[in-house]
Design a protein around this ligand. Structure first.
Ligand code: ATP
Ligand code: MG
Length: 493
């Protein structure tokens, strides 16, 4: 297990051992050490007990750098935050409704909360909150590995409070709920997505008990807002191997609820013994391939959605076998409704995803032996600034089991990239502005906005892309004159 080594490393770091309580070295990172020291002083002065808890403690053992730190106080989190703020001269943001307060220490965000006990009602993920003990507070945490706490008081500084065996679970790479998983998930169904997201980010296994409870409680997700779900999907996509998370989503039954269109990619049909590939697993392979090269969230979304219309476009042809004609067009049309369904922003990011889905097959022609300059110019023009991303997606899309085929395609792509570069340098076609504007055409021939104006403009663009003329005012002007004559237009006197 790769994490156990890391864990041992840090267990070796203990500074002292007192009875059975091991103390961990919170000072190994100087910046954080200074923060914890000053915090500890303020905790003592305030006469309260306080702990570092949750993500920071987990990531300390995993040696993952973390910049957001949670402090739980037996008492008022807001009061301790204010006291700490005035000591270090930092501005405190208070969220009175939540009983929390936040302040920044350099680029670190520290959040304070009073230890609490929560009780949930069936219809909401908002609990009724009362003051509680540290144990109450740990009980309300989502997973054993997220319920670990380090003491900040002087006499116990760095001692670990681990009531649920979270350290062992970290060591074995396990995700499990501290209490009965049916209660933990039913209280707050977001935790089901968090379980899968952590499994994906950390490459951990969700224990059987906990995973089965997700299946039983998946219907609870009706009280969850879709924004929260897509935040988790973003984190899954950005994890080192996103397929891990999406496979778990599918197995748990959650995918079919939140994203039926992606679920529909799963499965293989067979007619006359001919089968097509399973587009769900293919898609996940493409996403993993993209993730190896990029951490651009929206490129990863494009990879996830590139074949989304395949089920709707699937046909069986006795001659051709299985075909998915037009899935790139339909897929790109589906993107806005999918973004809406997942409550994601309907902005230029969405348009970017649409564009990549629409164009995802285009570079394939370039990877064949014979390619015309004209085809290359057209791709440069249509893809514009998205060309590199598009090429990356298209390469990632080659997922044949046959290694030779993959190698051959990739070699062809290298050639295509070379050609793209040559033409680009020669013709500067990407994002070119047409040298003759619609206004100029209208003015020259005394036209209103009309079909003729469009025809002439397109003809000029095509002539440039086909290499008939260069991007040059005089050449384009002469070409306009020719075209206008063919259309029987004469110049305004
Ligand atoms: P990351 O910051 O990478 O998302 P994290 O574990 O720090 O991971 P946060 O959302 O920052 O996650 O939450 C901090 C801590 O609060 C968690 O470690 C966990 O103890 C607790 N927590 C967060 N969300 C929930 C939840 N929905 N249910 C129970 N506990 C939660
Ligand atoms: Mg966090």
């Amino acid at each position: 297990m790769e994490y156990s080594e890391l864990l041992e490393l840090n267990i070796d770091n203990l500074t002292a051992s007192k009875q059975n309580n091991v103390r961990f070295d919170l000072m190994e990172n100087p910046k954080l050490g200074e923060l914890f020291n000053r915090l500890s002083d303020v905790v003592e002065e305030s006469g309260v007990q306080a702990y570092l808890i949750g993500g920071y403690v987990r990531d300390y053992f995993l040696r993952r750098p973390s910049k957001d730190i949670d402090v739980v106080v037996l008492g008022s989190g807001i009061r301790l935050a204010e006291k700490f703020g005035s000591t270090i001269g930092g501005k405190v943001s208070v969220f009175a409704n939540f009983g929390t307060a936040m302040l920044r220490y350099g680029d670190i965000e520290v959040e304070f909360v009073g230890a609490r006990r929560e009780s949930y009602s069936r219809g909401s993920r908002k609990p009724v909150v009362e003051d509680g003990t540290l144990e109450d507070d740990q009980n309300r945490r989502d997973f054993t590995i997220n319920a670990l706490a380090f003491s900040l008081n002087k006499d116990t500084f760095g001692e670990l409070v681990d009531p649920f065996g979270g350290l062992q679970d970290l060591k074995h790479g396990l995700i499990r709920t501290p209490l009965n998983p049916d209660i933990t998930f039913s209280d707050d169904p977001l935790r089901m997505f968090r379980a899968i997201r952590f499994a994906s980010q950390l490459k951990f296994k969700i224990t059987d008990d906990t995973f089965e409870a997700i299946g039983r409680n998946k219907g609870r997700m009706e009280i969850l807002s879709m924004e929260r779900v897509s935040e988790e999907l973003h984190k899954m996509l950005l994890s080192p191997q996103p397929s891990l998370g999406f496979k778990l989503l599918e197995e748990s039954g959650l995918l079919a609820i939140i994203f039926p269109q992606l679920q529909a990619l799963k499965g293989v049909d067979s007619i006359d013994g001919k089968r097509h590939k399973d587009n769900f697993y293919h898609t996940l392979e493409v996403v993993d391939n993209v993730r190896k090269q990029s951490d651009d969230l929206w490129l990863l979304w494009a990879a996830l959605l590139h074949d989304i219309a395949k089920p709707a476009c699937k046909r069986y042809d006795t001659r051709l076998g299985w075909t998915f004609h037009g899935h790139e067009f339909l897929g790109s049309k589906m993107v806005p409704e999918l973004f809406k369904q997942l409550k994601m922003p309907l902005n230029e990011k969405m348009k970017y995803v649409q564009k990549l889905v629409l164009l995802h097959l285009r570079p394939i022609v370039l990877s064949q032996e014979e390619v015309t300059d004209s085809a290359i110019r057209r791709l440069l023009f249509d893809a514009g600034d998205e060309l590199e991303d598009l090429m990356l997606l298209c390469e990632a899309d080659i997922t044949s089991k046959n290694e030779k085929t993959v190698k051959r395609h990739l070699a062809n792509f290298r050639l295509a990239r070379q050609k793209l570069k040559e033409i680009e340098e020669k013709d500067a076609i990407r994002n070119f502005q047409p040298p003759i504007s619609g206004e100029l055409i209208m003015e020259t021939y005394g036209l209103q906005p009309s079909r003729e104006v469009g025809l002439i403009k397109d003809a000029i663009k095509d002539a440039i892309l086909d290499g008939v003329i260069r991007i040059d005012y005089d050449e384009a002007y002469r070409f306009m004159e020719q075209k206008a004559e063919e259309l029987g237009l004469s110049k305004r006197q």
